[in-house]
Design a protein around this ligand. Structure first.
Ligand SMILES: CC(C)(COP(=O)(O)OP(=O)(O)OC[C@H]1O[C@@H](n2cnc3c(N)ncnc32)[C@H](O)[C@@H]1OP(=O)(O)O)[C@@H](O)C(=O)NCCC(=O)NCCS
Length: 183
């Protein structure tokens, strides 16, 4: 059963300006920039060689969000295995946050995961990362487990979040609605 989040149906503010963003596959030549962003966005950044591996992994899907002037403003990725998508990262350059770029990256991951046959999506998030948790909650992810002291830098807990039945009519309707609001 899909539980829609409480903020579902809240309209965007009328004056919200959403800059046009192109979401395309990450390329090897993007990785230097992605790694720079990674170090600004995460306290335990992945190495650039990890991204090189991911870009060549057929079970993986890594994207970048590019602004109209060519600026790489964010990136995201996941693995899809059987009917499960596991979201590994979503990050937006701090100077471009709050402009629905993270949301557009997440929506694209969910759409691609369905094209690849996923019916569920999972992820790990820091317990104190309320911004990311709010984004995931908006898209139907629920907390299902806690990994105590998971992160090596500060001992913070990881929450495991799942969105189930992402191909159900209720979930697809929600995505349609959010997609229309982001257009
Ligand atoms: C999480 C992250 C990707 C969000 O990107 P963003 O482009 O700034 O977010 P968006 O503008 O798309 O906002 C989408 C939703 O995120 C949540 N959100 C965004 N900014 C928020 C804030 N300041 N406070 C609370 N919730 C917030 C809201 O649910 C928002 O939906 P709403 O506007 O309908 O309320 C970004 O903060 C980031 O890169 N963080 C560092 C990396 C990270 O922690 N990634 C997640 C790892 S699990």
């Amino acid at each position: 059963m899909i539980e829609l989040s409480p903020n579902y149906n809240q309209p965007l503010l009328d004056d919200t300006y959403l800059p046009p963003v192109t979401i395309r596959l990450m390329r090897v030549e993007d990785i230097e920039h992605v790694s720079r962003l990674e170090r600004r966005c995460y306290t335990l950044p992945w190495s650039s060689s990890a991204y090189v591996t991911e870009v060549g992994n057929p079970s993986a899907y890594y994207t970048v969000a590019v602004l109209a002037d060519g600026t790489l403003a964010g990136y995201a990725g996941m693995w899809v295995n059987m009917d499960e998508a596991h979201l590994t990262t979503i990050a937006v350059d701090p100077v471009h946050r709050g402009l629905k770029i993270g949301e557009r990256l997440l929506l694209d991951l969910l759409e691609e995961s369905m094209r690849r046959g996923a019916n569920h999506a999972s992820l790990e998030v820091r317990e104190r990362n309320l911004v990311a948790r709010s984004l995931y909650f908006k898209y139907g992810f629920d907390d299902v487990a806690v990994r105590k002291n998971y992160y090596s830098d500060n001992g913070e807990n990881a929450l495991i979040m799942w969105a189930n039945e992402i191909r159900s009519p209720a979930y697809l309707d929600m995505l349609d609605d959010y997609r229309a609001r982001l257009a």
